[in-house]
Design a protein around this ligand. Structure first.
Ligand code: AKG
Ligand code: FE2
Length: 312
């Protein structure tokens, strides 16, 4: 990323554009978050898992009889997670089993990721021909609560039957831009490209970026959210820390005018909706294809436009 400040700027911007258009994913190095900070985050996250999460995970596996299953499990994931919300308000002080040092570290890390996300949104704007700040404003919402920003901390423990249960089932992310700090040794993340699952291998101190459904809508499909999943491993526990920079609940999401083709200027190929309505729909359909979600939002939009139908 430091190349963005030198003579390689355009070549780097082109690489990002190509990744956004053709992969929905890219991996950042030299992103300005120090290796020391990342090492501390990884070490403390692993310690926290051992101290506070591992027993709970084993109890869940026993309670749901997941050890030694013989048929495919399609309604659960082999993962242990907790969620930290940073924006619009932080819940970090309410999460009781975090040590103060880990809590402060995660706050510091989130602040840096938030800045990086906003920087990336502007790089996307530049590549898309949108004015600077367009995506940040689109995410802002009207009640000035600003964007939603949160972190899902996951561990994927070793699994005896990885062919029968996924670490995390295939999905696209609902939101905006996702910044993932993943284990530097244990792999598992895969993305779907041209019908094939491709590994996103660990690369020490890198941050993996991927785009969510909202970027697909706003860019009118120029950039697409891409299916990804986590394969459970038989050896080693994989850590991943995924931070989601999403629109505010009341943000109205719709394709940017300049990215709509001339002939479709008046009929959106993508819907217009309030982000929170999309999230309510996504909650029940996360592991299904995104297209029916877009269709459902479009149908809801048509109802709003048509207004109430007189029945008497
Ligand atoms: O754990 C990972 O690498 C991916 C997590 C993910 O895709 C998600 O939480 O949406
Ligand atoms: Fe995801």
């Amino acid at each position: 990323m430091e190349k963005l400040n030198g003579e390689d700027r355009q070549a780097t911007m082109d690489k990002i554009h190509d990744a956004c258009e053709n992969w929905g994913f890219f991996e950042l190095v030299n992103h300005g978050i120090s290796p020391e900070l990342l090492d501390r985050v990884e070490r403390m996250t692993k310690e926290h898992y051992k101290n506070c999460m591992e027993d709970r995970f084993k109890e869940m596996v026993a309670a749901k009889a997941l050890e030694g299953v013989t048929t495919e499990v399609n309604n659960l994931d082999w993962e242990s997670t907790f969620f930290l919300r940073h924006l619009p308000t932080s819940n970090i002080s309410e999460i009781t089993d975090l040590e103060d040092e880990y809590r402060d570290l995660m706050k510091d890390f989130a602040g840096k990721l938030e800045k990086l996300a906003e920087e990336l949104l502007d790089l996307l704007c530049e590549n898309l021909g949108l004015e600077k700040g367009y995506l940040k404003r689109a995410f802002y919402g009207s009640k000035s609560n600003g964007p939603n920003f949160g972190t899902k901390v996951s561990n994927y423990p070793p699994c005896p039957t990885p062919d029968l249960i996924k670490g995390l089932r295939a999905h696209t992310d609902a939101g905006g831009i996702i910044l993932l700090f993943q284990d530097d040794k244990v792999s598992g993340l895969q993305l779907l490209k041209d019908g094939q699952w491709i590994d996103v291998p660990p690369m020490r101190h890198s941050i993996v970026i991927n785009l969510g459904d909202q970027i697909e809508v706003i860019t009118n499909g120029k950039y697409k959210s891409v299916l990804h999943r986590v394969i459970a491993q038989t050896d080693g526990t994989r850590m991943s820390i995924a931070s989601f920079y999403n629109p505010g609940d009341d943000a109205v999401i719709y394709p940017a005018k300049i990215l709509m083709k001339e002939q479709t200027k008046n009929e959106h190929s993508y819907p217009k909706f309030v982000f929170d309505d999309y999230m309510k729909l996504y909650a029940g359909l996360k592991f299904q294809a995104k297209e029916p979600r877009f269709e459902a939002m479009k149908a809801a939009e048509a109802n709003v436009i048509a207004g109430p139908v007189a029945t008497a």
